[in-house]
Design a protein around this ligand. Sequence first.
Ligand code: GRF
Length: 215
Amino acid sequence: MKTADQLPRVAVFASGGGSNFQALVDAAEDGSLPAEIVLCLSDRPGAGVIDRANAAGVASVVVRPKDFGTESEYVDKLSAVLDTYRVEFVALAGYLKKIPSDIVRRYRHRMINIHPALLPSFGGRGMYGRRVHEAVLEHGARWTGATVHLVDEEYDTGPILLQEPVPVHEGDTPEDLAARVLKVEHRLYPRALGLLVQGRLRLEGRIVRILPPTG
Ligand code: GRF
């Protein structure tokens, strides 16, 4: 068993309520996720996720892109925060700002995102929150789901790590769907982050192979 100071150090970036942040913190706490959540980074001072971080004893930092005159000043600030907390992996959990390419490069294959649909459907710029579930319903899709993927320079296009389908029921509202998908997300995200921090992923082109556990 690794002590806390040997565990991989993870930052969670979030803009909203933070139920996925909570799922990651809970899994780290109960030992099912072999990682330490060392930082919650948000772009919104009033985000619910900050209250969750405080309650969990996780440091939180707010960095608002609009407070910086240039992209490079913004990147420098993000980098400095990530250095301060010695962050090795990043999990995006409802983070609504685009990650600057310099940060994507720095954390290439060490940064993941969770999306509340089965990518590559119903993803991309502007496809977040309620809009995703509305689009699924408007399209008449029978299935939706959750996807965890590695982050690249675009929205929702990185190699897929894990996915789980969720049925769409007759008469569902976007809220019904969001709640059904979120339940799955809370199970899927800690599992995906666990695979990443344990080095159990091998990339072949854009295909992610999952390696068996070692030891
Ligand atoms: C989740 O549905 C996630 O897939 C998406 O944003 C939502 C965040 O919810 N990227 P929460 O803040 O974790 O509750």
